[in-house]
Design a protein around this ligand. Structure first.
Ligand SMILES: [Zn+2]
Length: 317
């Protein structure tokens, strides 16, 4: 009797879809085996259904034309005097910028899975709202958890934290200014447990991937993914290239193990694929006396305008 029901179900398309999900799960388990991990739970991100059309150059171009705003932050400091590199920003500037985008310009903050569903999901791919905001933080700084996360929660803004598996629990010693602590695994887990946030991969030790090959490169791309998946549980399908730097080999390896990869705005490279998603770099300005200053509200507004009109440059003040 049960066998007959199963046989009837097997002829239904829905059952075929279930079988295909089963196969997808098996392929996820195979990836775990690459990592040397025990097979874990099925992936929690959207898998393309069997009828999903392959990615095309035309779709790639359309996606890049829509150009959702993907912000890239690094260390977030409490006071202007603590800014020690142009990649740092102040907590006040972070709050001002996000509040301006969401409350004044009407951007909608979405989790990065929505970009994945839009670019990789089944046809018809879910579209994004016209003004979509994705917020990312690189480099695993403890300030992501301690300083930025409370602001993000307050503004109800989603964020993705790209971390380096070999930097967790360590301290960075910049040329200028005080040492910068990286987050602990407990802090990474706490961020990941918040429904507003997710934690993804920025490699192991943050070398420029274009300087590596062979096992060293595979370690940064796949090894880091495995270590972060092992520490946090669950799949980590998104990668941010350190320094935004990639070449054809880096991109090919990223394609093998990830669903999306993020770079940094680069006028010399066409943002032409899911493995070169350009981000808007939030940068502080270096003053003549060597100190740094977060962008003013007016300057930030001009930069956003330039980004939307596709005439953004690295330094517009
Ligand atoms: Zn980085």
């Amino acid at each position: 009797m049960e066998r007959r029901i199963l046989f009837r179900l097997a002829r239904k398309p829905a059952f075929a879809v279930l079988i295909s999900f089963g196969l997808t799960w098996i392929s996820a388990a195979a990836e775990d085996a690459v990592c040397g991990l025990a097979p874990s739970s099925p992936p929690n991100f959207i898998e393309p259904l069997p009828d999903a059309k392959p990615w095309s150059k035309a779709a790639d171009r359309a996606a890049s034309q829509e150009r959702p705003l993907v912000l890239m932050y690094h260390d977030v400091v409490e006071r202007s005097s603590e800014l020690s590199t142009s990649a740092d920003t102040t907590v006040q500037a972070l709050r001002d910028q996000l509040s301006y985008l969401v409350n004044v310009l009407g951007y909608e903050s979405l989790p990065i899975e929505r970009l994945d569903a839009h670019l990789n999901g089944p046809h018809p791919r879910p579209s994004l709202p016209p003004k979509t905001l994705f917020v990312t933080f690189d480099d695993s700084y403890a300030s992501s958890y301690r300083v930025a996360a409370p602001v993000l929660r307050d503004l109800r803004v989603h964020a993705t934290f790209f971390i380096n598996s070999w930097l967790i629990g360590k301290v960075s010693h910049p040329k200028k200014g005080a040492p910068k602590p990286f987050m602990s695994w407990d802090e990474a887990r706490a961020l990941d447990a918040d429904p507003l946030f997710d934690v993804q991969v920025h490699g192991r030790a943050h070398p420029r991937l274009t300087t590596l090959s062979g096992q060293a490169l595979e370690g940064e791309i796949l090894g880091a993914k495995c270590e972060i998946e092992s520490a946090l549980g669950g799949p980590r399908p998104f990668l941010a290239y350190p320094y935004g730097a990639f070449n054809s080999e880096v991109k090919a390896r990223a394609k093998k193990h990830y669903r999306l990869a993020f770079s940094v705005f680069n006028p010399a490279q066409a943002p032409d694929s899911r493995f070169n998603i350009e981000r808007f770099p939030i940068r502080s300005r270096k003053l003549r006396d060597g100190r740094f200053e977060a962008p003013s509200r007016a300057s930030f507004a001009r930069q956003i305008q330039a980004w939307n009109q596709k005439r953004f440059q690295w330094t517009i003040w």
